[in-house]
Every structure is written in C-alpha cells, then in structure tokens.
Design a protein around this ligand. Structure first.
Ligand code: NAP
Length: 617
C-alpha cells in the first residue's frame, strides 16, 4: 500500500489489466456529466479571455531572480550559428554545434543564466513531472545521477548550468539580452539580428525556441491591475515577500498573511502544499479541478543507477514515448502514472478480438478505459479529502488527455488543513479583483497576496509569444505569414525565411518529455548546419510544394484529433475549446505518432541531399 494514510494506491491497480472498470460504470451518466462540465466552461472569447504580461501588467514579466542588467558593450559579430534561448532547447542546440565543431556560435537569453523554464519556474515545490532519468538529457555523457526520481527544480536548474559548463557554452552566451528583430540579408545570405543591448549579429543560421511556456499568462479578470496587495505569477516568484529561498525551506514571511492562489493546474498542484504549510490562511480559487494521480517520488537507488547498461537513457525515453504514441510495449522500464495510464488504455483496446476491431470499437473501449481510470482518480479524492463539499469540488470530469495529467501526493491532503479554503468558481471563474479582495459570486474574499498560477501564453501567435518579428526574403513578414497559424516543412523550416530553424511545438512530433522532442529537432538541425558548412552551402530553404504537403499532412492529423478536441474541456490543448483557432503553435497542429516522425527525420537525413530544400552555395 501507499506510504500515505488513507490514500488509494494506484500500484494496486495492475498496469496491464484490461479495461474492466473497478466498479460499475454508468457510461451514459459519465458522458453527460463530462459534456455538462465542458459546456459550463466554454467561453466565447476562447484564448482571448486572458491577459498577458504587457502594458499595465508588464511588471508580471520582470525577472525577480537577478539584479537589473549591467551595461555592456554592444557586440557586432559574424556568426555561423545564433541560438535564441538558453533553456534545454538552446543547451541541446549548443551542445550539438560544439560536437559539430561549428566555428562561431552565440546563445542569447533574456534570463541571467541558462535554464529556460527552470530558470523562471522557481516556485516552492517545483519539480519535474516526468521521471528525471528520461527528462535530463545527456545523463550518460555527463555521468550525473539525479538524486530523486522526480527531481526538484533547483537541481534541474543546477543541471542546466552543469550542461553549460560541460559543453563549454558559457563563453558563447549573452544573458539578459532580448532579441528585438531579425532581417534576412539576401546578398550576404545571413540574418541580421538585433537585440535590446544594441548588438548586431550577422548569423548564417539561427535556431529559435522562442514562444513556448515562457511568457506568464494572467486571468482575464476585471480589476486585476487595481489590486493593492502583493501579487505575482508563479513563474516570477517573489521570495522577498513570501520568505524562503526556493530550496525547500518554509515560506516564513507568510505566517501572518492571507494568501490567494488562482489556478489549479500542474503548477498549483506543486505550490499549494508549500503555501498551505506556511500561510496564515490560503484560499485556492479553482475553475477546473485537475485529475491528481499518485506521484510516488523516491530517492534514486544508487546501485541500480550504476548498473544501467550503455544506451539505457535513449531506450527508456523511446519506450516511454512509444506508449504515449499508442503502441503497447512491455519493454518500457518507466513505471509511473503516465505509463500506467497508457498501458491501461492500450491493453483495453489490445483485448479487442481482431475480427471485432473497428475505429468505433477502438474508440468505445478507449472511452470506457478512460472513464474507469478517472473513476479511480476520483475515488482517490474521496479517500483523501475529509470535507465532503471540498471532495466534490476537487473531482475532475474530463478525459485524461484533455489537460496535462497531474500527479501529487501532498496536494489533496493540503485541503484537510484548517487554514486552507477552496473557492470553486463553478466553472465561471472570478468575477473581479478589487484593491483588497477577490470576488466570486458576489462574495468578497479579502487577501494580502494573490499568486497567479494561471499558466503561460500559449494560444497567441508565434510572433506574439516570441516578442519579436522576422523579416525574410523580399520583405516577407513572419507574423503576417503565420497570422492564422504556422506553415512549415517538418515544423523546422518555412518558405521565405531561409536558414532559420523553428524548434518547439511547431507542426512537429511532440513528446510528454519535452527535451526528447527538442533533442530530435536539434539532431536534424545540426545535420543541416554541419553538412551546409562542410559543403559551402550558404542558404537552405523549403520549397513551397513540400511546405504545402506538410501543412496538408498536419491538417489531416488535426482532423483525426478534432472530435476528441471538441469533446474536451477547454484548455491550451484545444485552444480553450476552440479547436478552429489555429493561430498558435499548438493550434497549428502536431504530427503523431512522434516516434514515426523521428524515424522519418532520420530517413530524411540518411538521404543526405536535403530532400525538399533548395540550397545555394
Ligand atoms: P495551466 O495548466 O495552464 O493552468 C492554469 C490554471 O489557471 C488552470 O487551472 C485554469 O483553469 C486557471 N485559470 C485561468 N484563468 C482563470 C480564471 N479566470 N479564474 C480561475 N482560474 C483560472 O498552467 P500551469 O499549471 O502553470 O501549467 C502549465 C504547463 O506547464 C503544464 O501543462 C505543464 O505542461 C507545464 N508544467 C510542467 C511541470 C513539470 O513538472 N514538468 C510542472 C508545472 C507545469 P481552467 O483549467 O479552468 O482553464
């Protein structure tokens, strides 16, 4: 059984069991309930309901972790490769360029160090929700052993710095530097890139992972700018106000404070138990509950880690993604909430006799298995949360794949504390924020501090999230080309904008373990850069034909996902309930299954002649 009192242990639920529900499942009731819950949450504005950290709210984007940038001399340089972003994407790209002996390189980041997501997200309790053994790249190469299965944020941040040192990337990094624009110089076949520090780079190739999980999103609540207490976003934590240092210590300055958290997504799941332990009073404002599965973290078994054979990390990563892609395998050594869910649903459809297999039957068995899984998750809420009303409010009624799955062993118990209140906004959200309070259903909740756990700007265009525009061949403007969605070849190239590679969630094969996706994108980019430099190729650009073909492939994939997206409760996976809103990178569609996508890229590289790209020398 679980270590935690009165919790349901999902280990008791056999991972390979077929989709027999644990109790009688009333499918009609559940279908109805899920639809009702979704309908309550659908909003005409979709993604436009949100506020972003700009204009009056620009302060929510300020860096609380570093002193203001010191003046420095502007740089004017010719570069082979310019990498925008120093998170895992930039680090992986930097490492690949080092390995390819690219002569000149620059990495730019707005932050004051490497780390990306892990630089910004220093909220108390921050932890990777994917096993560190697959999440942290290069473990075999660096020899680093994560201390825990689900590593805490500070350790991951430290590891990004280790990678910076390991690949000798600090010498090429310019931090606290924001790209302001990029122009293609046809004659020189280079990108002229400008920054807010006055730099001018003439770069042959540019990689960018701008525009994903980087800019704080704020709720579209009237009066948000009028609040007179302290307020901040979870990705810009104000330790000066809360006390503590993000290293696990108590938030000792909150003992006389009434704190509000808005949002109950993956971030809130991790921060709320820490706030509950320290605040005089904590009020959690919930719009949609998250389904919270077992976390089951543990220290790394040193002997086991030492015994892992060469090549273990890629095998672990690939087999994890294979399950995520929908291919059953018993060869995946990861055994956690993710893999147990996938095995549970995949074995349900695997049990359909061949003669009876049809898309309808497949869908029906999947649906049943998902309902059964979530009944178990809901049963866990009842088993843990003592107050009946809170337990009712904390139960999620949507398919597991509608939102990022949540895992925690201390989130639900926090609601048993006397100092923790849950205000379920019954799907409608908050009415307004005043100088001193948050108002829901006409009831005013007085608070000293509001913490926005309201996620990241994901539904807007690539250029809006990146914060700069790109001017390509013949004055083509990227924000115009991508106004209603990304158009790309393999997610990496776009016509009219040679030599720039787009990383991230751009019509690509995505992975739950994000560095896995990034590593595959980097492998491809490094191949193109290395071969181009070797062969004296000065520009590479997709042809309109291959771009159109790829856009059509992605549109076909999106069509297959559409029924599921329509059924889902609103969230950033379905453009807040408006799957026809294709303007964002996520809205522009993805390729699945991802392992197939990665294999396709490998075949492309093996062809060795850049199929679908026009090159000039
Ligand atoms: P999120 O999943 O987007 O959640 C935002 C929360 O704010 C939701 O609960 C949302 O409710 C709520 N909200 C928005 N507007 C509201 C309003 N007007 N009134 C009340 N509530 C409102 O953001 P997140 O939790 O920061 O997570 C973002 C992503 O970061 C995750 O999906 C995950 O991919 C990643 N993440 C990863 C880890 C990791 O360990 N690797 C940890 C944390 C986060 P609705 O659901 O009703 O919209």
């Amino acid at each position: 059984m679980a270590d935690h009192d009165n919790e349901v242990d999902l280990h008791d639920y056999p991972a390979t069991q077929s989709a027999e529900p644990t109790g009688p499942l009333d499918l009609d009731y559940l279908r109805d309930k899920y639809r009702q819950e979704r309908d309550k949450r659908l909003r005409a504005q979709g993604t436009n309901q949100y506020n972003f950290a700009e204009g009056d709210l620009a302060k929510y984007d300020d860096d609380p972790y570093a002193p203001p940038a010191q003046p420095r001399e502007p740089q004017t340089e010719e570069l082979d490769v310019l990498i925008i972003g120093g998170g895992f994407g930039g680090l992986l790209a930097g490492a690949a360029m080092r390995k390819a002996n690219v002569p000149s390189l620059r990495i730019l980041d707005v932050a004051s160090d490497f780390g990306g997501t892990w630089y910004w997200n220093r909220y108390p309790g921050v932890r990777c929700d994917v096993e560190a053994y697959i999440y942290l790249p290069f473990l075999e190469e660096t020899g680093y052993m994560p201390t825990e299965r689900y590593t805490a944020g500070p350790e991951i941040l430290e590891y990004t710095h280790l990678l910076g040192r390991h690949f000798d990337l600090y010498q090429d990094a310019l931090f606290q530097t924001r790209v302001t624009g990029m122009d293609w110089d046809e004659e020189a076949s280079r990108w002229n890139v400008t920054t807010d520090r006055g730099d001018r780079f003439a770069a042959r190739f540019v990689t960018t992972q701008s525009g994903i999980f980087s800019r704080p999103q704020l709720p579209g609540v009237p009066g948000i700018e009028t609040f007179k207490g302290t307020s901040f976003h979870t990705a810009r934590w104000n330790y000066e106000f809360t006390g503590g240092d993000g290293q696990g210590g108590a938030l000792d300055k909150l003992s006389d404070k009434r704190v509000a958290v808005i949002g109950t997504g993956s971030t809130a799941l991790q921060a709320i138990p820490q706030l509950a332990a320290s605040a005089q009073h904590l009020t959690v404002f919930q719009r949609t509950p998250t389904a919270v599965g077992v976390r089951d973290n543990a220290p790394t078994d040193v002997e086991w880690f030492k015994s892992l054979p060469s090549g273990w990390q890629q095998q672990r990563m690939d087999s994890f993604q294979m399950l995520a892609d929908g291919t059953y395998t018993d060869d995946c050594p990861v055994d956690d909430g993710w893999t147990r869910y996938w095995k549970h649903t995949l074995s349900a459809v695997g049990a359909i006799p061949e003669a009876e297999m049809s898309p309808e039957r497949y869908g029906a068995e999947m649906e049943k298995a998902d309902y059964a899984w979530n009944e178990m998750i809901r049963a866990r809420v009842d088993a843990v949360v003592k107050d009946e009303q809170k337990a009712r409010d904390l139960k999620a009624y949507y398919k597991a794949t509608c939102k990022r799955m949540g895992f925690s062993d201390d989130y639900l118990p926090a609601f048993n504390q006397d100092n923790v209140a849950l205000v379920d906004t019954a799907a409608s959200g908050i009415d307004r924020i005043t100088e001193t309070s948050i108002v829901v259903d006409g009831v005013e909740h007085q608070v000293d501090c509001i913490i926005f756990a309201t996620g990241f700007e994901l539904g807007t265009t690539w250029a809006h999230q990146a914060g700069y525009d790109v001017v390509g061949r013949e004055g083509a403007i990227l924000s115009e080309k991508w106004e209603t969605g990304i158009r790309s070849y393999h997610g990496l190239f776009t016509v009219g904008f040679p030599n720039i590679f787009f990383m991230g969630l751009t019509q690509t094969g995505t992975t739950i373990c994000v560095p896995h996706m990034l590593s595959k994108q980097v492998e491809h980019i490094a191949h193109v850069v290395e071969k181009s430099l070797e062969r004296g190729i000065t520009s590479v650009e997709a042809t309109p034909d291959v771009e159109q073909e790829w856009v059509d492939v992605i549109a076909g994939k999106s069509e297959l996902r559409r029924p599921g997206q329509i059924e889902c409760t609103p969230g950033y996976f379905n453009a807040e309930g408006k799957p026809n809103d294709t303007r964002s990178a996520i809205g522009s569609g993805i390729f699945f299954p991802s392992i197939e996508f990665f294999d396709m890229l490998a075949d492309w590289r093996a062809a060795d002649d850049f199929p679908g790209l026009v090159t000039t020398t």
